[in-house]
Design a protein around this ligand. Structure first.
Ligand code: CUA
Length: 189
């Protein structure tokens, strides 16, 4: 069978395109450091967060050398706590849940980004190498105050950092038990 040269050219070009598309998908899946948030964080009772370890006292807990956990409760229309302070050169794992409706949790300027679903705990681990200030925003429409739902994250020079409330170290030490989801945002900053 004779195949016209133009036909061969188009066949080759189509094949190249397909290989190119597959390459971009593979790169996006494994090469770009994107980690999907899964359900490893576990589940909680959204109407009983006051009695749920970790979320009963939202905030920062030191769990190891240069390792911190932050429990965050999202609600209409705020995050608790409204200001999170951690030192630079640290690995910070966020456990985020909602006590009312679906919210979003994005640390602006990083790839840490997850939905926040009542009853589910979203877990995101982020490395902060440099001091800086980040906004945290809700990116799921959650009601009339959605546009004002924000918090801030301050990554401080380690020499300037002190835990705001040492008692939290103990209260949240066991936060891991109910910590839940494991979506992982990945590295940033
Ligand atoms: Cu919470 Cu939008």
């Amino acid at each position: 069978m004779h195949v016209h040269n133009y036909e061969k050219l188009w066949l080759g070009a189509s094949l190249l395109l397909i290989v190119g598309f597959i390459s971009t998908i593979v790169y996006g899946a494994v090469g770009a450091g994107v980690v999907m948030v899964n359900d490893e964080g576990g589940q909680v009772n959204p109407s009983d967060l006051a009695n749920t370890s970790g979320f009963d006292d939202p905030g920062v807990t030191k769990v190891g050398p240069n390792e911190y956990e932050v429990h965050v409760v999202a609600l209409r229309f705020a995050f608790q706590p409204g200001t999170v302070e951690v030192p630079a050169n640290s690995t910070v794992t966020f456990y985020v849940t909602s006590r009312d409706v679906i919210h979003g949790f994005q640390i602006v300027g990083t790839n840490a980004n997850t939905m926040v679903i009542p009853g589910e705990v979203s877990k995101i681990t982020v490395n902060f190498d440099e001091p800086g200030e980040y906004g945290i925003v809700c990116h799921e429409y959650c009601g009339s105050g959605h546009h004002s739902m924000a918090a801030e994250l301050l990554v401080k020079e380690p020499s300037n950092f002190t835990m705001q409330d040492d008692t939290q170290t103990q209260t949240s030490g066991n936060g891991t038990t109910n910590a839940t989801a494991t979506p992982t945002g990945g590295e940033s900053a």
